[in-house]
Design a protein around this ligand. Structure first.
Ligand code: 13P
Length: 333
């Protein structure tokens, strides 16, 4: 099979059958912050044990098609000595890798960020592929501030980075997840989120087209069109779902393999409900599924802390959220 046939097949597998992705690719500093908040110690070993607990959840492959890993986990082994990419593959779950090196303050515009990591990306991706990665992720971050942000300069720089990354991944035989996240932080209205998300997606697809990225060999991971966290009159779940689908229909070509949403700080049940309502829309051109981080892991992590590393209890929480999102991706409550 050529790279492109293989990548088409991987991209389909990632989003089909109402299965979704588990984003367990928090960098070590980010996971340490989450552990600290619950009084958990963060070490190389404790992070491995947490991830091993997640990945060994009975039945995980029923709901989860792929797991996004951070470099540290990607190179770690299960307690039985199997590297995690191979461990996941043995369960029928694809292993993915976060390859950006983070959103860094933009020169001259310190309130905004540009995601870095293009230098040396091709050989890094080739190495990850040789170690079992079938897909990758790059997250760009766009911040809304009423009337002032985002700047056109930040949108274009981030869209360009996403497209360069996606092309490099495809040249090396790995499916790119293209993640432009418009943050929920702030008190903006859902209408403003709609306008900004529309501009961002339009810019991203224009850059993807320029770089000749094959759309049937990538997965889009967008944020939802949603009111800011601090907005006074937050939009209903129907408005969020309907405006999100309208925005994607306007700006995401039908040849894209699929849309796998991020949760972006929504409460876990809220993220599931939004996904369910979106999937009741008629004649969607692409599958819409989930690629949640916090909305899949929050309850499990709290249990991990309060029940002192009780594996079964924490796995029960992950299974519950993963199964609920699997149902939601097929339009059921
Ligand atoms: P959240 O679902 O917690 O937003 O995380 C998804 C993700 O992968 C962020 O890059």
């Amino acid at each position: 099979m050529s790279y492109s046939d293989e990548m088409k097949s991987v991209a389909k597998t990632m989003v089909e059958g109402s299965r979704g992705l588990l984003a367990a690719d928090e960098s070590s500093p980010t996971l340490t912050k989450r552990f600290d908040a619950l009084g958990l110690e963060s070490t190389y070993e404790s992070r491995r044990n947490w991830r091993q607990m997640l990945f060994s959840t009975p039945g995980l492959a029923t709901w989860i098609s792929g797991v996004i890993l951070f470099d540290e986990t990607f190179r770690q082994e299960s307690t039985s000595g199997v590297p995690f990419p191979q461990y996941l593959a043995s369960l029928g779950i694809l292993a993915g890798i976060k390859v950006d090196t983070g959103a860094k303050p933009m020169a001259g515009r310190p309130a905004e960020t540009v995601t870095e990591g293009l230098d040396g990306l091709a050989p890094r991706v080739a190495e990850y592929r040789s170690l079992g990665a079938t897909f990758a992720k790059w997250r760009a971050v766009i911040k809304i501030e009423e009337k002032t942000l985002p700047s056109r300069a930040a949108i274009l720089a981030n869209a360009h980075g996403l497209a360069r990354y996606a092309k490099i991944c495809q040249s090396e035989g790995i499916v790119p997840i293209v993640e432009p996240e418009v943050l929920m932080d702030g008190n903006h209205s859902i209408e403003r989120s709609f306008t900004v998300t529309s501009e961002v997606l339009q810019s991203v697809f224009s850059e993807l087209w320029l770089q000749e990225v094959a759309l049937d060999q990538m997965v889009l991971k967008p944020s939802m069109v949603i009111s800011g966290k601090g907005a006074s009159n937050r939009a209903s779940r129907e408005e969020v779902a309907n405006l999100s689908v309208e925005c994607y229909r306007n700006h995401v070509p039908g040849s894209v393999a699929g849309i796998a949403l991020l949760s972006g700080g929504q409460r876990d049940r809220e993220a599931t409900e939004h996904l369910a309502v979106m999937n009741r829309a008629k004649a969607l051109p692409w599958p819409i599924t989930f690629s949640y981080g916090r909305a899949l892991q929050d309850a499990a992590l709290e249990s991990w802390a309060t029940k002192k590393y009780d594996v079964e209890a924490a796995q029960g929480h992950l299974a519950e959220r993963a199964a609920a999102n699997h149902r939601a991706a097929s339009g059921q409550d």
